[in-house]
Design a protein around this ligand. Sequence first.
Ligand code: PRP
Length: 179
Amino acid sequence: MDKDVERVLFSKGKIARRVAALGKEVARRYAGKDLVMVCILKGACVFFADLIRAAKLPAEIDFMSVSSYGAGSESSGSVRILKDVSAPVAGRHVLLVEDIIDTGNSLFALKKLFAERGAASVGICAFLDKKARRRAPVEADIYGFAVEDAFVVGYGLDYAERYRALPYIGVLKREIYEK
Ligand code: PRP
């Protein structure tokens, strides 16, 4: 275990088993549909790479990068787009893939955006769901694990751009982010 991690919440094996099930669920819901799977960078990149292979669908993949307006902001209705998708989405099914839903501000805004662009449907698949922190009225259609309100890192999730490559989800030691 990394020396900065206090405890492991979800091990590599537990993650692999859960992602295999999520892939099957995505495949079941979207079989025969024209699907675009959108990875919301950067945190979702590890989960996304596993999920698309577990789903085994002939879906188009694309990438998007957004920044929300910060934890103190009440403007939950919009996000700043840093990198947009290049795939056309009108009339197609879109599945937004996230590492975590926290306040829900980013996904609330993204769901609205893709609906305005004419997507046939906009689904959300999040690996982790931090329900206690929700502020925007949005829920994942498919999620991996509910997670407590702790500072979690690994499997794509960072603190100050570190720990993304850890193969498990762990809780960061308090002394790391409070120093
Ligand atoms: C994290 C995470 C989600 C978002 C969730 O991204 O990957 O995109 O925050 O928070 P919300 O539900 O409160 O909107 P972050 O901005 O840390 O960027 P990163 O994915 O590049 O690390």
